[in-house]
Design a protein around this ligand. Structure first.
Ligand code: SF4
Ligand code: ZN
Length: 216
């Protein structure tokens, strides 16, 4: 049964294409083209539903839907999956990472981030190992102006958002964080998810989101 019969479209019901008088394609050729397009469309639909099935397995027990994971896959990823280069385990790991990233975007610390580290651009952070790093997963929060949960308190005086006034110790928070009537005392310790260290400018010092890289 052809796609026309399936859809109940008979040849007599079709309006001939008259806009372009140069269109010399005969009805048989048109039908062939339509069949090919329809077949390609059905193949793509089948493939999409297969991918969603695979993603449904990957999303089991996670607070994310297969459609959301599919949306996050790049065209190259889908191509690789089609070629069998992405395993079910990899899809599951990708889904878990997406959930983790989503939680981190909301300022939530992943369970396995149990160590205190210091990112050059973000300041004190939670990570899965301790030490100093040049870039970290929280850099994405910093770049998007989202909160970063802190493993310790900090001094406002060390923060890039601290705007010093004409006083040896007082200033205000450019981020609008709560402060006393007189303002913030630079050496007071406080917990702050908006803290960002003052950049130490060097000729090749470009703050950017990056993977965790350990300082040498
Ligand atoms: S962002 Fe936080 S640490 Fe920075 S000045 Fe404001 S209150 Fe202080
Ligand atoms: Zn960072």
């Amino acid at each position: 049964m052809s796609w026309r019969e399936t859809l109940g479209v008979t040849p007599s019901a079709e309006t001939p294409y008259t806009h372009n008088s140069q269109n010399t394609q005969n009805p048989t050729e048109q039908a062939n083209c339509a069949d090919i397009a329809d077949s390609a469309h059905r193949d793509a639909e089948q493939e999409s539903s297969k991918l969603l099935e695979a993603l449904a397995d990957a999303c089991k027990g996670l607070a994310i839907t297969p459609a959301e994971v599919k949306l996050a896959l790049a065209a190259e990823d889908i191509d690789d999956w089609r070629k069998g280069a992405i395993s079910a385990d990899t899809l599951a790991a990708f889904a878990r990472l997406l959930v983790q990233r989503r939680e981190m975007d909301q300022g939530k610390r992943p369970e396995h981030y149990t160590e205190q580290a210091t990112c050059k651009h973000c300041g004190p952070i939670w990570l899965w190992f301790s030490g100093d790093v040049l870039g970290c997963p929280w850099c994405w929060n910093r770049a998007a102006d989202k909160p970063i949960p802190r493993p310790c308190s900090i001094h406002c005086g060390d923060c890039n958002h601290f705007e010093r006034i004409n006083h040896p110790h007082l200033g205000h928070c450019a981020k609008g964080e709560p402060e006393a009537i007189a303002g913030l005392w630079d050496t007071d310790r406080r917990y702050c998810e908006r803290f960002l260290p003052r950049p130490q400018q060097t000729h090749n010092d470009q703050p950017r989101p990056a993977r965790a890289e350990t300082k040498r």
